[in-house]
Write a protein that binds this ligand. Structure first.
Ligand SMILES: Cc1cc2nc3c(=O)[nH]c(=O)nc-3n(C[C@H](O)[C@H](O)[C@H](O)COP(=O)(O)OP(=O)(O)OC[C@H]3O[C@@H](n4cnc5c(N)ncnc54)[C@H](O)[C@@H]3O)c2cc1C
Length: 283
């Protein structure tokens, strides 16, 4: 039996997956939980996740309305500001630009066990040495803390430390949703655009929904923060340092790593042992 007190910060998809694994954990979410990043755009998962994403769909990828070629992939990378790995097709690219693949779609935003779930409750401070968090409804102590909010925001909340000199680079994304009538059911069409003159970098279509993603504000769009994150050389050291205090940062934003997909977080959580015997003792 695991009697460790576990607190999860954030009820986006990663926080919800964490709550499925650690049923007794408390979870704090600043919003009312009705719209998460996952609901704002169309996201697909490479493996099914029970209770969360299990609907198998087909997807098709086009770059400038053509099937992806190495040249087109590179043009898109230039547009996205990824100059470094130009002319190098990575495993991630092959997955992302597989012209005809299958994936799993997010079906259920629900949390299996609503006891211990605090919506509209913001975490405001982390007391590292006392192993406590402060929230808008009071103070809570933990044995283990799972953080899913963006790493710079989390660091800013740690009492007694000043991380403001560490620069975390990101590009906010704007997303706009439209209703459409699609002919093919359960086929996600993914259109990428390489032209630097075109502010839109991707359009996704699935059944009756179209999502337009752009780095510029579009009419009636909503803002997604942090949107696109760029690697930071300090991140790995920071994540290791936090683990010494029994704090685990999980998810693309919490780990500040653009390569993290939701299924990586699911696998990470599946293997995470948070029993008291696994506790880190600080000397
Ligand atoms: C456009 C786009 C497309 C993507 N597509 C995919 C995809 O197809 N497949 C994939 O695997 N990944 C994809 N990702 C990457 C990423 O894994 C997903 O965005 C995922 O939804 C992130 O979930 P999360 O739970 O880590 O973070 P979030 O959804 O951001 O959840 C964090 C939660 O923390 C809450 N919060 C913040 N501060 C506080 C606080 N102080 N106190 C309490 N709560 C707080 C927020 O309100 C939020 O609900 C995509 C990302 C973007 C931007």
């Amino acid at each position: 039996m695991n009697s460790a007190k576990i607190i999860i910060i954030g009820a986006g998809i990663v926080g919800r997956i964490a709550k499925l694994k650690f049923n007794d954990a408390l979870i704090f979410e600043k919003s009312d939980g009705s719209i998460t990043t996952m609901d704002s755009t169309i996201q697909i998962l490479q493996i099914p996740i029970p209770n969360i994403a299990y609907k198998k769909i087909r997807y098709q990828i086009f770059i400038d309305n053509e099937y992806p070629t190495v040249e087109k992939i590179n043009q898109w990378k230039i547009k996205m500001g990824r100059y470094k790995d130009i002319n190098e097709v990575t495993f991630g690219d092959l997955i992302q630009f597989n012209p005809n693949g299958y994936a799993y779609y997010y079906t259920s935003p629900n949390i299996a066990n609503y006891s211990g779930v605090y919506f509209s409750t913001r975490v405001t401070k982390i007391l590292l040495f006392d192993k406590k968090i402060e929230t808008t409804i009071g103070e809570f102590s933990y044995d283990f803390l799972i953080n899913t909010i963006p790493l710079p925001n989390f660091l800013n909340m740690i009492d007694g430390f000043d991380f403001s000199k560490l620069k975390f680079v990101n590009k906010v994304l704007f997303v706009k949703r439209e209703c459409i009538k699609s002919i093919e059911k359960d086929v996600l069409k993914n259109y990428y655009f390489t032209s630097l003159d075109n502010p839109i970098n991707r359009i996704l279509e699935l059944n009756d929904l179209r999502v337009i993603e752009s780095f510029s504000r579009l009419e009636n769009s909503i803002e997604l923060y942090p949107g696109k994150v760029f690697p930071n050389k300090n991140t790995e050291d920071i994540l290791d340092w936090l683990k010494v205090y029994d704090i685990y940062c999980i998810g693309r934003y919490a780990e500040w790593n653009p390569k993290i997909q939701v299924h990586d977080s699911y696998l990470y959580l599946n293997n995470l042992d948070l029993s008291l015997k696994n506790r880190n003792f600080i000397l």
